[in-house]
Each structure stands twice: as C-alpha cells, then as structure tokens.
Ligand binder design. Structure first.
Ligand code: SF4
Length: 453
C-alpha cells in the first residue's frame, strides 16, 4: 500500500519541488514618446484582440539593450533557489505536522509525504519566461551558468518559438545549450490546423509563416509547431494549452492531435483566467458542462498515467481543485472561480507559495538595471517588492518575503482576487495552504476518492 501511495504522490505532481519563474526580458519600457521611466517586458509579438486573449505584455515596447545582463539573472536565480530550499526546510521542520493534521492526512501517509518533500527539494525548476525570453542576448549563458550546479536546476525556456524560426544560428545555440525543456504555446491552434502544419516540412512552415503580416497568435502557432519539429530528438518539449471559450469545444481533439504528432511532448492544459486583472468571467454558462467534463477527464488521465510515460504534466491537485469549485459553487460564482477569483491565493498563508516569481515592478524605476523584483507576473500590485532586486538580496531577505506575502497584500490598495496559477499550483502542500477555505470540504472528499485519504 505504501509503495502505491508513494508512487501516486510522486507521479501526480503532489510532491513537486520548488520552482522559480523569472521574467528574463524586463527592460526600459518605450511608448510613442520614447523611453519612459517604467519597466516593461520584451516580446516580438503583440497579441491583443486578434487572438482569444490579450497578452499582458502586448503593449510594452522594450529595447533589448536595456535588459539585465545574464550574470545578474543567474545570480538572482541562485539566490532565490537557496532561499526557497531553506524556506521549505523550515516549513518541513516546524510547520508540516500541523499542516498534515489540518489537512486530514493520516499519520502513515504524512510520514511518506514529508520524506518525499524533503527529497524533492534539492532540484529547483527554473522557467525562463517573458515576453520572449529566447531573445535575451545572454539566454544560453544563463542556462549554462545554472547547469554548472550539477543536479541543482531543471531549466525550462518558455518561448513562442520565434527565435528558432527567425534566426537559425540562435535557434541552434538554444537547442545546443543544456536546456531541459522548451515550453511552447498551442492555445491558438485548432486540431485541423495542427494536422495541416505537421504535414508541412520546415521550409513550408517558414514560407507560410513569413506571409502572415502581423505578429499575431496565428503567427505564434506556426512558430510553435516549427520549434517542436526542430527540437524533436534534441530537447524535450511541452505544449502549454490555455483552455478558453474558443477551444473548449474541441479541446480533447486538440490534445489528441498534439499527441499524435508529438507523442513524447508533455501537454499542459489549464483554464484561462481573468482574476489577476480584475476582468470579467472568462467563461459563460454554456461552457460550464464542457469545462467540468474536461476536468473529470484530466483527473482520470492523471491517475491513468501513474506507472506509465506521462502524456500530461503531472498536477492532479490542480484538477481536484477545479473539480472542487464545480462541486462547491454555481452560477456566476462558479464562473468567477473558474476564472481564478478566490480559488487560491499566493498570499493566503506564510508558506502557500512554493513557486517564486521574479519580474517587473509596476512602479517607476530609476535603477540602471531593470527587473529582478520578487512578485507576480500577472498582478504586480499585490505582492511585488518594488524597491529590491533579487540579485542584491540576502537569503534572509528572500525568506522574509516568502513568509510575509500576506503582509504585503494587506497594504495593497487593490489586492489580487486570486488565481490558479503559480505554475499551476506548485505542489499539493502549497495548493492546499493557499486554497479558498470554502473549497476545503469538497476538495478533501475528492482527494479521498482519488488519492485514498
Ligand atoms: S494570487 Fe498571487 S500569484 Fe496569483 S495572480 Fe494574484 S498575486 Fe499573482
């Protein structure tokens, strides 16, 4: 029995180690009037109303020359990783037992869980993110600097794929770096389009891509398939698939099409959210049944792939949380929860956030080096440290930040209403600690049904 539980914990993402997401392309924002005293994110796409969602960085125009040098980024990531490990150790030593009682984990499983969490904490997942992190002039230097720490980091590059299609030499350098994974975006693709693009050779894709006039989500779709084909056999690939009103109707077909052409790539579907910018509910009443059916399928898939190769990114707890929302709320309250409102909060408890985000500040900046602020990519008005940069912070300062996000949120004029994000959403502990208490009863019932306790 114990081995089964251990395997289940490990293979469903429940004991995932700490993670860091760094916006590697923060620089001086430029507007029509030129450079302004504000931080922005570099991207060569500006996806707005043409697609199914407005990208948060669509209106930033940033010069590549203003980005923080690679050595600052690598130093900031190492500082953050050390503090995350320390913070996790302190939690396991002093708070885990209380958490386990509060979360109704039987003693025999709590012991296994704790051991696995200890063991999983050494390696930190680092997501080089943006905007388009692949255009950072020192991106490969950051990767090699992190990989020097043997076994210390799993390094992921989240990219639209544009550097690989626009600049073969750079693409080659990226693929030859020691990257562990390339994360691509497949939420602008229909199943039919995936089949059509996959039937083309690389030159064919590039030719059609070059005729698409604007930087758009359609252009990104070409880039993603091109990058996945180029990376095949060299670097592992993951497809992020935002589930939105435009693709919920055929989401399983889309995932199947990706699986057919890229069987080794992991698929990472998750629901679109609007809470962090205080937006309207993403989904309408007619989407509810489709979304719930999809959540059910994902729970089944997560359990089915235990002991097998992984078709989907392991995160059973994420799908149990979504299912708990269906069983707890209804009507507009449910639709808002599915959009992230009050589902989970990074600042709900001292150790809710096992996933640390580093990026831009929303305040004016007079620093010569941009970015490096501990905070949130999606909402920089709640837990962002505007006056400090991670590469200059001590272990203690970062640890204090991790423990006191709720204090920062209390001082925020308009705190973030919640989300189901930080890398969807850390491990089971960080998810349960930040979960809306209203969901607890249903969540625990679902956990008992599917996990066994
Ligand atoms: S709850 Fe926290 S992590 Fe989630 S969007 Fe808001 S500020 Fe960001």
């Amino acid at each position: 029995m114990e081995n089964n539980v251990e395997q289940l914990f490990q293979e469903t993402g429940m004991v995932g180690g700490p993670g860091i997401q760094i916006n590697a392309v923060v620089g001086r924002a430029c507007g029509a009037a030129g450079a302004v005293n504000r931080e922005g994110t570099y991207c060569d796409h500006h996806c707005t109303s043409e697609g199914n969602y407005v990208c948060p960085v669509a209106r930033d125009y940033v010069e590549l020359t203003s980005l923080a040098p690679a050595r600052y980024l690598a130093c900031g990531i190492k500082n953050a990783a050390q503090a995350l490990r320390q913070s996790r150790d302190i939690f396991l030593q002093y708070s885990f037992d209380d958490y386990a009682v509060d979360s109704c984990i039987p003693q025999e499983h709590a012991g296994v869980f704790k051991q696995l969490l200890w063991a999983s904490g050494k390696k930190v997942d680092v997501n080089l993110f943006g905007g388009e992190a692949g255009w950072h002039p020192g991106v490969c230097e950051v990767v090699s600097e992190l990989k020097k720490e043997q076994g210390g980091f799993t390094v992921i590059l989240t990219t639209t794929g544009s550097p690989l299609i626009k600049n073969k030499k750079l693409g080659e350098r990226i693929l030859s770096s020691q990257l562990d994974l390339i994360a691509l975006s497949a939420d602008g693709l229909s199943a039919e389009r995936i089949h059509e693009l996959c039937a083309m050779d690389l030159e064919g894709i590039r030719r059609e891509w070059s005729t698409i006039p604007s930087c758009s989500q359609e252009k990104k779709a070409y880039e993603a398939i091109h990058a996945a084909k180029v990376a095949k056999g060299r670097v592992s690939v993951m497809f992020n698939v935002v589930v939105h009103p435009g693709n919920i109707g055929e989401i399983m077909k889309i995932l199947d099409a990706l699986d057919q052409h890229f069987p080794l790539a992991k698929k990472n579907p998750y629901f679109a959210q609007s809470s962090f910018y205080h937006g309207d509910a993403v989904f309408a009443k007619e989407h509810e049944a489709l979304l719930e059916k999809f959540s059910d399928s994902m729970i089944n898939e997560q359990l089915k792939q235990v002991g097998q190769s992984k078709k989907f990114v392991p995160r059973l707890h994420y799908w149990l949380l979504q299912k708990a929302a269906f069983e707890t709320f209804s009507g507009q309250e449910l639709r808002l929860a599915l959009s992230g409102y009050g589902l989970w909060k990074c600042y709900a408890a001292g150790r809710a956030n096992a996933y640390l985000q580093i990026g831009k500040s929303g305040k004016a900046s007079d620093s010569g080096v941009f970015g490096g602020h501990l905070g949130c990519f999606w909402n920089d008005e709640t837990v962002t440290l505007d006056d400090k940069q991670v590469w200059s912070m001590s272990n203690e300062e970062i640890h204090e930040y991790l423990s006191n996000q709720h204090v920062l949120a209390q001082a925020a004029a308009k705190p973030c209403p919640g989300c189901s994000m930080p890398r969807l959403i850390g491990n089971a502990v960080s998810m349960e600690l930040g979960m809306n208490p209203a969901l607890k009863t249903k969540y625990l019932q679902l956990r008992k049904k599917h996990v066994g306790f």
